[in-house]
Design a protein around this ligand. Sequence first.
Ligand code: 2AM
Length: 176
Amino acid sequence: MTEPKRLFFAIELPGPVREQIITWRAAHFAPEDGRPLASANLHLTLAFLGEVSPDKQQALSQLAGRIRQPGFTLKLDDAGQWLRSRVVWLGMRQPPRGLLQLANMLRAQAARSGCYQSPQPFHPHITLLRDASHAVAIPPPGFCWSFPVTEFSLYASSFERGRTRYSALQRWTLAE
Ligand code: 2AM
């Protein structure tokens, strides 16, 4: 383990929620609207870390393991598009406090460990389409997917045979 890896902390979505999301996405967006993320890659990023050396990865993992906070419920009831970053996303009208606390803690730990963190506030979202360069009609959120979050994960992003793949390297449980 010597090469730096592109890492991020994220929340994994339950399989049935991912399936419902891709069904909804297929019903509401056309291929020219953007490049859909593979179902297995759908996630909610908590803190992006960039390229991280093995030593720094170990230090960040130790810090993450010290986080003690209860789980929370995520209710996906919002959708939108950011033209600047060319993404169509799903999100929450009112992100739960536990989500914001967890992300802020991981972002602060990352910043203290020397990973660049944007000064912009955390905007929790699940990217559905990339390269969405023209404005697309976002259907009214006639959906409401709710699920309990009981853990968070450290993910590695890799690019293999023309495909981006996100793989969970480590998981931590949020206390009851
Ligand atoms: P995105 O989905 O909004 O593009 C893996 O690339 C994850 O890290 C994605 O969720 C991506 O967010 C996020 N990410 C990638 N580069 C980032 C950056 N420079 N700042 C913040 N998040 C980033």
